[in-house]
Design a protein around this ligand. Structure first.
Ligand SMILES: [Zn+2]
Length: 351
């Protein structure tokens, strides 16, 4: 509340300006929805918590990872990155623990508009990538977009770099080190030749995770390594915010894998999980909070975060996240896969 009449006047003036802006937006039929949460603003950003019942109870589903059938906990999540707010049902398989979309929408491509982040231009990378590969190793980036990650590796001295992405309209080359094909991993050549196969937040997007992992296993060298970064379930952000968890990212994220569902798939492909490394951060808290309050992805800025949380609270989120990572309860991780041990030819038979 304003302390005096002068301040109140100032606030009202701001409110009027805000409403005028909003009206203009509506008239232009642009951004009207984006800024809806400011309607109640009266000069300030006031957030309105989404009160929709998003727990749907138990519903009949079949897990598309492990094949389990039954009545599984189901949820309603909404599209927030493009701010379309279309709603999608997800469910949790109690057998393998994978959270997954109930039905892949026919128009999935519509949710990858121009400017979708994996096709965006590189942001200035401030961190060097710590690769398990050496500079001359043959590296494949699956779902590489325009090749941001590969170009970075080229700059760091790697020189045998390949990518594939079925959403590219044509092949891409960056100098003489990066060669990107506009195809899915299933159409990649080079059986058993790749030292490192990387999926940078792309595995959760594929509709056929088993076949995709099989293709990766086919391309992998016997002593090669598959490195996947993925959002993962269960996690603390889902506990706190349910299907407003921002890395659920309906409907683009088809499968939010658990450790068990990754191990299940690996086993089917002749692979094994070497390790899970959790790396969630404070965003899982504050981004999910804003999704729960109707703020779309692109409107969530650091400035906005600081209007609702103190720096101390944000630091606390970061600390909590580190704690969750240690306990295997963060919302994002790297998974390292290798081929299962090869049978030793000279081993004596067990009697
Ligand atoms: Zn399952």
């Amino acid at each position: 509340m304003a302390d005096n009449i002068e301040e109140l006047r100032e606030e009202l003036k701001e409110a009027k300006e805000e409403i005028a802006r909003l009206k203009k937006d509506v008239e232009n039929n642009r951004n009207a929805v984006i800024h809806f949460y400011r309607v109640e603003a009266a000069g300030k950003v006031v957030l309105k918590k989404d009160e929709t019942e998003r727990k749907l109870g138990k519903r009949a589903h079949t897990c598309r990872v492990c094949g389990a059938k039954g009545d599984f906990e189901s949820y309603l999540s909404r599209e927030m990155m493009q701010n379309k707010r279309d709603e999608f049902e997800y469910f949790v398989c109690p057998e393998c623990g994978c959270l997954q979309i109930a039905e892949v929408p026919d128009n999935l491509g519509d949710y990858y508009g121009e400017g979708y982040y994996s096709f965006a231009l590189p942001a200035n990378p401030d961190k060097k990538y710590k690769s398990p590969a050496t500079n001359h190793d043959k590296i494949l980036d699956v779902g590489c977009g325009s090749g941001v990650w590969l170009s970075r590796l080229a700059d760091e001295g790697y020189d045998n770099l390949f990518g594939c992405d079925p959403f590219l309209s044509q092949e891409v080359r960056h100098g003489d080190r990066v060669y990107i094909k506009n195809c899915s991993i299933h159409d990649m050549e080079g059986e058993g030749t790749f030292n490192l196969i990387h999926f940078g937040d792309s595995f959760e997007h594929v509709t056929d995770p088993l076949e995709t992992m099989q293709s990766a296993a086919r391309l992998l060298k016997d002593d090669g390594i598959i490195e996947m970064t993925i959002p993962t379930f269960p996690n603390v952000a889902f506990e706190l915010f349910g299907p407003h968890w921002y890395q659920l990212d309906a409907p683009r994220h088809i499968f939010l894998h658990s450790r068990a569902s990754m191990e299940y798939l690996a086993d089917k492909c002749g692979l094994k999980v070497e390790k899970f490394v959790y790396d969630s951060n404070a965003a899982q808290m504050f981004r999910s909070f804003f999704y729960q309050h109707g703020v779309p992805f692109n409107d969530i800025t650091w400035e906005l975060a600081l209007r609702f949380f103190t720096q101390e609270q944000l630091d606390e989120f970061a600390k909590n996240s580190e704690e969750c990572n240690k306990n295997g309860f963060g919302d994002h991780m790297s998974v390292y896969l290798t081929k299962k041990e090869q049978p030793k030819i000279n081993e004596k038979p067990v009697k």
